[in-house]
Design a protein around this ligand. Structure first.
Ligand code: PEP
Ligand code: MG
Length: 322
């Protein structure tokens, strides 16, 4: 298995019919970058920056962030690095000074970034100044409206202009992406994919918010079902609408590592996955078993089914037959 893994790691992934599938890694700390080559990651599709709060639960200073992101960009170049803006609050790091009755529906992600400009400004300046290799993009967490995206886009624009006027360094403007992880963002996907450079689907939160099931509550863990038809249909809608609008789309939720999901997602048109690095060799091997045509027929069948158990049974039969 280890030998197989190392061979797979260094190959690009192609479906059996020759369509290229890109596989990136999700990471929590820059130290993980050292291991990404051996796992076959084509870059970082999600860096969860909220982990930088862990040391003293305070926003890290701009200079410290700049150095951190610059090193990451350097270690990865020319491979891409997607830096997700701080997704604090909710079930992650509680930033709110007041105890929220329902933090998952409270002050979280982009809402905090908009309300506390010092945090947003420091992070955007750090990211822009770090982008000396031109391989860094930013990803906005917890988007539920077009206005939130426009707010961050405008802030990037202003900081970029200002920083460019101060330096002779060849700094590229980072691309801007939106996390699609709240049902409102799915509903607005046509508009969203016309104003961003890329979208990334967060199936962990999308499942939580679509089904009204807390992702960390053991009492309802059996109801946390990413193959629920409501989730499955949203994935198809997001991926196909992004394609129609020529907007890059990737998926960075844990679902990307589930072998049952692979052929369905490819059938919906997904060509970019971002997953935990240890799962990359297995995903690359899995991709090679299917043709796009088979996956498209599978996805069309799944979209007609109205229960998670029927969808999973269908996917299991397909995976077993290959
Ligand atoms: C997600 O919600 O699926 C996601 C990738 O983000 P996180 O797990 O960090 O909330
Ligand atoms: Mg999320």
């Amino acid at each position: 298995r280890e030998a197989d893994d190392s061979i797979m790691a260094h190959r690009h992934a192609f479906t059996r019919c020759g369509v290229r599938i890109s596989v990136y890694s999700n990471i929590d700390f820059k130290e993980e970058i050292e291991h990404l080559d051996s796992m076959g990651a084509e870059g970082v599709g999600l860096f969860r920056t909220e982990n930088l709060f862990l040391d003293d639960l305070k926003p890290p200073k701009e200079a410290a962030q700049q150095e951190y992101y610059r090193k990451m960009g350097e270690m990865l170049a020319p491979k891409p690095l997607v830096i997700r803006l701080f997704d604090i609050g909710g079930d992650k790091l509680i930033y709110s000074p007041v105890k929220e009755p329902n933090p998952n529906l409270g002050w979280r992600g982009v809402r905090i970034l908009i309300d506390v400009p010092e945090i947003l400004d420091a992070q955007l300046q750090a990211v822009i100044r770090a982008n000396i290799h031109g391989n860094i993009d930013v990803l906005i967490p917890m988007i539920s409206s077009v206005e939130e995206i426009m707010h961050i886009k405008q802030a990037v624009e202003e900081h970029y202009k200002h920083i460019r006027s101060l330096t002779t360094e060849p700094l590229d403007k980072p691309g801007i992406g939106a996390m699609i992880e709240v049902p409102a963002a799915v509903e607005l996907i046509d508009e969203i994919t016309q104003i961003v450079d890329f979208v990334s689907i967060g199936t962990n939160d999308l499942t939580q918010y679509t089904l009204a099931v807390d992702r960390n509550n053991l009492i309802v863990q059996d109801l946390f079902e990413k193959f629920h038809p409501a989730v499955i249909r949203q994935l198809h809608r997001v991926i196909s609408t992004a394609q129609k609008n020529h907007c890059r789309v990737s998926l960075c939720g844990d679902m990307g590592s589930d072998p049952l999901a692979t052929p369905y997602l490819i059938g919906c048109g997904l060509r970019e996955f971002s997953i935990v690095s240890s799962d990359i060799p297995a995903l690359k091997a899995m991709v090679g078993k299917y043709t796009v045509e088979e996956c498209e027929a599978l996805a069309a069948e799944c979209l007609k089914l109205s229960s998670a158990s029927a969808i999973k049974a269908h996917l299991e039969a397909f995976v077993k037959a290959h």
